[in-house]
Design a protein around this ligand. Structure first.
Ligand SMILES: Cc1cc2nc3c(=O)[nH]c(=O)nc-3n(C[C@H](O)[C@H](O)[C@H](O)COP(=O)(O)O)c2cc1C
Length: 435
């Protein structure tokens, strides 16, 4: 079973920062991240993952003061991973990079640098950006439309990987006696000329330890699945119903095949939001404690943004969701939340409480044994290759998973007892592309 540790600064729950055991400055607290990274490594996670967005949420300061709460200040993630590389040895280090608001040369260089610094433990999650307020920081009145963002993302990934391949593995001889630094025949420019990018190359560093640092993709819409099939080694999904995950995994593998890749080389990891207790009652109490810390205005604005930044003001909180207008934001999450409301007949208030916690991801509440049963059910039936674990609050939620659930998974022979390889590709059983 593959496992990633999803590290939202204070934890994935929207009210986590208010929990008494969570440092309120979590996102800017390097000691906190060091502790988390070391705990995840002690647990032998394949990798840790840092989500990202290049903007505070909120169109104006009033809205910002209510909604920014879940993106309270946080370090730029690749910079943070560079520092975490120095305080860990084996765990994979991954973070989100938006193809909408970056240039591929910068990205190729930063992620390859991290791969060199960490000895082959780097990965990037290629997203097209969800948070609409990012646009305001890059000279745009709104995101480019959904299809255009994915179009750019495809070319972006092609350029990044092309740059990683501009040098042969054995190009840098650095022969002092002969005065030869590299072998000129073993480098080529990229000379990419496309619709969005013109990049000559080569990259200004040797090929990195993994050749290609691990590429993650997390969009579930049609274009998202196409991008995953074309580029991803690992695919995250928020699907929480078995049939949906099965269909999603089949689509992703079919897309990989269409792009001439081995469909079995892609690893599908489902998001899981766990409340772990020594008893079920203790787990439920942990969940309730966080739910009680949600301020209604925060819950409502969070729901509005998960639904594609719709306006829910004026709606009766104890009534059902209204008919929603079309949105240019992420599609799959919105569909998932709308369906959850309809299936379970939830009022807006009930829905925001639900969404504020797991935000559409699969929530599991119980003991180590019951949670291991739920994970085993999905993994054992071949539905997914593993999970991206989203502790509700940090560090407590990660400690619980590492100290209670992982020993149970090991007892069942489902998870490693030691790291065998050195690179993230090794952990994930992915081949290193040679050049
Ligand atoms: C586990 C997981 C992590 C994600 N992390 C980020 C992130 O850090 N930043 C971001 O903008 N989007 C993130 N996303 C959102 C997706 O990349 C994608 O934008 C979203 O699912 C909408 O895409 P779609 O319209 O193709 O479904 C994440 C999604 C999942 C399932």
């Amino acid at each position: 079973m593959r496992l990633g540790a999803f590290l939202y600064p204070a934890g994935y729950h929207v009210a986590a920062w208010r929990h008494p055991d969570v440092p309120a400055d979590a996102g800017m607290n390097f000691a906190h991240y060091t502790e988390l990274a070391r705990t995840a490594e002690r647990g032998l996670f394949d990798f840790l993952f840092l989500p990202d967005s290049s903007a505070m949420r909120g169109a104006d300061m009033t809205e910002l003061s209510r909604t920014a709460i879940r993106y309270v200040a946080q370090f730029e993630p690749l910079t943070l991973l560079g520092a975490l590389a120095a305080v860990t040895e084996r765990i994979g280090l991954t973070a989100t990079v938006s193809s909408t608001y970056n240039e591929p040369y910068h990205t190729a260089r930063m992620v390859a640098s991290l791969d060199h610094i960490s000895g082959g433990r780097a990965g990037w999650n290629l997203v097209t950006s969800q948070n609409p307020y990012e646009a305001y920081n890059f000279g745009l009145p709104e995101h480019p439309d959904h299809a255009a963002r994915y179009h750019r993302a495809q070319e972006f990934a092609t350029v990044v990987k092309g740059l990683w391949d501009t040098w042969h593995d054995d190009a840098w001889v650095r022969d002092k006696a002969a005065g030869q630094y590299f072998v000129p025949e073993k480098v080529g420019p990229l000379d990419h000329r496309g619709e969005h990018f013109s990049v000559r190359g080569p990259l200004n560093m040797p090929r990195s330890p993994q050749g290609h640092p691990v590429t993650i993709q997390a969009g579930s819409s049609g274009p998202g699945v196409d991008l995953a099939g074309a580029t991803a080694d690992v695919v995250f999904t928020a699907q929480h119903r078995k049939d949906d995950v099965r269909a999603f995994a089949e689509d992703v593998r079919a897309s990989a095949e269409k792009h001439g890749r081995d469909p079995e080389s892609l690893q599908v990891l489902a998001g899981v939001f766990p409340f772990v207790g020594r008893t079920r009652a203790e787990a439920e109490e942990k969940a309730e404690r966080l739910q009680d810390l949600i301020e209604p205005a925060v819950g409502l604005s969070l729901l509005a943004s998960e639904l594609g930044h719709v306006d829910l003001s004026g709606c009766d909180l104890d009534g059902p969701l209204p008919e929603l207008p079309p949105s240019n934001s992420g599609q799959s999450r919105r569909d998932l939340v709308v369906r959850m409301a309809a299936d379970e007949n939830l009022s807006i208030r009930q829905l925001y409480k639900r969404v504020a916690g797991s935000r559409g991801h699969r929530q599991v509440v119980g003991t180590a044994a019951s949670i291991a049963d739920e994970l085993e059910d999905w993994f054992g039936s071949g539905l997914v290759d593993g999970f991206i674990v989203m502790p509700p609050s940090l560090p407590g939620g990660l400690d619980d998973f590492v100290d209670l659930v992982l020993p149970e998974l090991r007892r069942r022979g489902l998870f490693r007892t030691a790291y065998e390889g050195r690179t993230l590709r090794d952990h994930l059983g992915l081949e290193r592309p040679s050049r």
